[in-house]
Design a protein around this ligand. Structure first.
Ligand SMILES: Cc1cc2nc3c(=O)[nH]c(=O)nc-3n(C[C@H](O)[C@H](O)[C@H](O)COP(=O)(O)OP(=O)(O)OC[C@H]3O[C@@H](n4cnc5c(N)ncnc54)[C@H](O)[C@@H]3O)c2cc1C
Length: 505
């Protein structure tokens, strides 16, 4: 394959993946003659979940010219400062993975080395006391981050919890206004070129045949093009990630929305709580070998405060990814490319990185095998890094209440994760691999949340004056406490910024 020209891109599927891809690719190719069409079936519909995000989502819509407040208002969104993990370490425990940093590094040495030295001196302050993001999340306060903070202690980031169908509509409206063509029909058949195995066209249920040069498979778990038609292998990661089912239900919101997602561990999985402005999303992710669907449903419903708005919906999945996200002239984005349980809200982030890679692959509307190979290598790395990050949440648990958690604790790890954990445990080193979405402070939040500490800290911290260290770290804690005291509650922030959902705005 050499310099394969692209004039027409056909996006199959109009869920979050399909419309995000259409919106961004249309912008990317706006100065060219490349035409973009989305085919979706309103009869089939979308998956209807996927409502917690990470901060990269904000960069994505900002790149389309949308502001935070506009998106919050149009998608009934609330603010997310991180995820609270309840009962994961042990029953009764709680820690937060914030979108932000801990303390600040000095002399090129990461903060946690200083903090460990302080612990050795008998100070019991928790690592989370050095995180502005966590302090805000615990107090349920919010304000926009400073653009140019004077102190690293003022740094935090944030994301959204949004209504998936409203976000899909936002992306769709944007793409259509920019000239993307839209066809509502069912794809009945994928036609393949006999000579090179490329996709030639799609046959619709009204017998129309639509040809294109590049096909983006956004058909969700079905993977109609990448899987059914091109027979691209699926790399199954069930040996490391046991959960394979989810049960989701919406409920009325009780009390004020919290500026964090809550993930509560159960005996064979965990339950999410995602607050929106007008309702709450709930879901139980579990392993079918350790709990029946009926029991999982019961557990889910037992842990919801507000009135449940419909019967729970069940999802089956196999953790893993397509061996090649780009195969022939087809690129899989979204659930068609694979799935990792939503523990760290990474699916939509992987849609973003997938789209970003398509844009960087097409600086001109041509592609060749080298471009395809690079795309696939980078995709594999991004997915594997997230896989490892999720595994570590299970691996470090200290729960003794069920066979599931015992099994997870004793599971063997991929080499890439083993190396990371060893580097941290032996030297306090937080390795950061290329194409890794989560930064070292995210790993630190998880390690310390599970009470997993290094055996050694940096040698240059050893001879630090104890009094000076104690005073400096006490000042850090104080400055965080004082800053948070001055911030508005999340509720006041929403009112002051008129951020409430307005229908049809
Ligand atoms: C239980 C669960 C919880 C999740 N939670 C999160 C979360 O908190 N955060 C996060 O980032 N992600 C989450 N995800 C993932 C997230 O939901 C998806 O990444 C996101 O919604 C994108 O889905 P999609 O567009 O790929 O697929 P879908 O929404 O399934 O869209 C598929 C599209 O393809 C169309 N289609 C399918 N077959 C045909 C056909 N034959 N002809 C025409 N059109 C067709 C459908 O009509 C639809 O438009 C979660 C997923 C699950 C299962």
């Amino acid at each position: 394959m050499s310099n394969y020209r692209v004039n027409h891109i056909l996006i199959a599927g109009g869920g979050t993946a399909g419309w995000m891809t259409a919106a961004k690719l249309n912008q990317h190719f706006s100065q060219t003659t490349v035409k973009i069409t989305v085919i979706e079936s309103s009869e089939i519909g979308t998956i209807g979940v996927g409502e917690a995000t990470i901060p990269t989502l904000r960069r994505f819509y900002q790149s389309l010219g949308m502001s935070d407040l506009e998106v919050i208002r149009k998608t009934a969104a609330t603010v997310k400062l991180g995820i609270e993990f309840k009962d994961w370490h042990k029953p009764g425990s709680s820690f937060i993975h914030p979108f932000g940093i801990f303390g600040h590094e000095a002399n090129g040495i990461r903060f946690h080395h200083y903090w460990m030295k302080l612990r050795e001196l008998g100070d019991n302050s928790a690592l989370e006391e050095y995180s502005l993001g966590i302090a805000m999340a615990r107090a349920n306060k919010f304000t926009f981050p400073l653009e140019n903070p004077e102190s690293p202690l003022s740094i935090f980031d944030w994301a959204l919890h949004f209504d998936a169908s409203l976000f899909g509509k936002l992306m769709r409206d944007y793409a259509l206004a920019q000239g993307v063509e839209h066809i509502d029909a069912k794809i009945n058949h994928v036609n393949i070129h006999a000579d090179n195995g490329f996709i030639r066209s799609l046959t619709l249920d009204d017998d129309r045949e639509l040809a294109a040069d590049l096909f983006i498979d956004c058909t969700g778990f079905r993977g109609l093009l990448i899987g059914d038609a091109l027979k691209t292998d699926y790399v199954d990661w069930s040996q490391w990630l046991l959960c394979n089912r989810a049960m989701a239900v919406q409920s009325e919101l009780v009390g004020e929305a919290m500026a964090r997602t809550v993930s509560k561990a159960h005996t064979a999985g965990w339950q999410w709580k995602i607050p929106l402005q007008h309702r709450q999303g709930n879901g139980h992710v579990y392993c079918s070998e350790f709990v029946s669907d009926e029991q999982a449903k019961e557990t889910l419903l037992q842990h919801i405060d507000g009135k449940v708005l419909h019967s729970p919906r069940k999802f089956h999945f196999t953790p893993g990814r397509r061996s090649r996200a780009w195969n022939k002239n087809c690129i899989a984005i979204g659930l068609a490319a694979g799935f990792l349980e939503p523990l760290e809200s990474t699916s939509i982030a992987l849609i973003e990185t997938g789209i970003e890679k398509i844009c960087s692959s097409f600086l001109r509307p041509f592609f060749d095998q080298e471009v395809v190979d690079q795309f696939n290598q980078r995709t594999a790395a991004e997915w594997e890094r997230i896989r490892d990050f999720i595994i570590v949440h299970y691996k470090l648990n200290q729960r003794n209440d069920s066979e599931f958690w015992h099994y997870c604790r004793n599971i063997s790890m991929p080499d890439s994760l083993q190396q990371k954990i060893t580097a941290y445990h032996e030297r306090g080193d937080l390795l950061h691999y290329p194409y890794e979405i989560f930064h070292p402070d995210s790993w630190l939040a998880i390690y310390s949340g599970f009470g997993f500490y290094p055996q050694n800290y940096h040698k240059n911290v050893e001879r630090l004056n104890p009094k000076y260290l104690q005073q400096s770290l006490a000042l850090m804690r104080q400055s965080i406490t004082e800053a948070v005291a001055g911030f508005p509650s999340l509720n006041d922030f929403m009112l002051q910024n008129q951020a409430q959902y307005s229908v049809g705005e």
